[in-house]
Design a binder for this molecule. Sequence first.
Ligand code: TRP
Length: 451
Amino acid sequence: MASTRGEFSSRFGFVMAAAGSAVGLGNIWGFPTQAASNGGAAFLLVYLILAFTLAYPALMAELIIGRHAHANAVNALRLISTGPATHKIGTTVGVIGFIVAGMILSFYAIVAGWMISFCLASLAEFFGMQAVADWLTSFGMTRNLFFMLIFLVLTVGIISEGVREGIERWSARLMPLLLVSLILLVLYVCTLDGAMEGLKVYLLPDFERALSPKLIIAALGSAFFSLSLGVGTMLIYGSYISDEENLPVVGGLVTTVDIMIAVIAGFLVLPAMYVALHNGVEIFTASGALISEDTLIFTVLPELFATMGLAGIVVSFIFFFLMSIAALTSSISMLEVPVAYTIEEHGLSRKTAVYGIGCAIAVFSATILVNFETLFGLVIAFTTRYSQPILGFMFCVYAGWVWQRDKVLKEVQKGSPQVEHTLFWKIWPWYVKLVCPVVILAIFAQSLWGG
Ligand code: TRP
């Protein structure tokens, strides 16, 4: 079966692809300010513990199910089902998963399009084309539609090439580029006046804030989004791993790279914000919290770059280039979910499936743009706050309850014959059976009632 499907050629290729999926806009625009506003180094510590004790086991559930079935989420959940009821529920979960993955991509493409347009705006400014730069950085329907489409064309182009030639090749090229540009920016920004103040805010530990239950649950939610869990992305990537690969180790590498990049991004974003403050830019909201997410990226940072002259133009170009790359290696992992399903379930060729689904997502994205005020926030909340936790819960239930434990063990043993005697096997089955589902439900309850 594996020979007719794609497969990653090496451990490096898989880790770059899965880390590429994980490292996205969430890492750079969400994590650093969340850490700084919520206890600094203490939050980092809590986040690290949560990521390894809860998000990593959920990631392993998806990877193991995927590798076992060497198939998309729908077929994989059916394969491990034990009766008609679990068969039906598995099908439903898989189908909802690919619809949600498509919906996440449709809002992600809009935001990623802005990253590309801001990146080009720096070039325009460099060449003195101020009017073009202004058009590229102001919120307008034509600009929004155009760059959303450009971004989707890039995503479709990569996915149409398949697993090895598309996903693996481009992730292995873009991820090192992302890391290098990130480190260059960190080194430069940390030399500017005000940067040290930002580092202090980022790193000074405040345990009281970091240990509040509400915050811990919020941090766990970010860890789940950051590791791309819940919609079958990691399950699909797992299905392309060879049977000789040691799953607990590669899953650990992916988790580590994801967290490492989020932490490094903090060394860029917080110092940059305090340099901005030093240069007279407002970095706090009316309630006194640090400005975060889209306002941070599209208002605060551009205002900072504008105070820095020529250096600002170069830094701005590298920064938005980096954001575009981070978004692209994530978006390809979202598109692969419906594409793999359509190819395997309906026998379409990869190209037909990719173009068809790409068009459908473009139409949905355009619909969101036309009704931006009502739909944009709604689609984000529906997918990330509600659908992801419920689907993530279901994957854990299938790995922990539906699938028999000795069969799971056999699968993990394929690439790691000694696994039965490791700490991983002593802990993981219980985690995925009890701890993960309970905690995921807690996150869900918090997002429903916690405001
Ligand atoms: N993890 C990515 C980020 O941090 C986003 C992402 C990629 C994603 N694939 C996903 C989120 C699947 C949810 C589901 O930005």
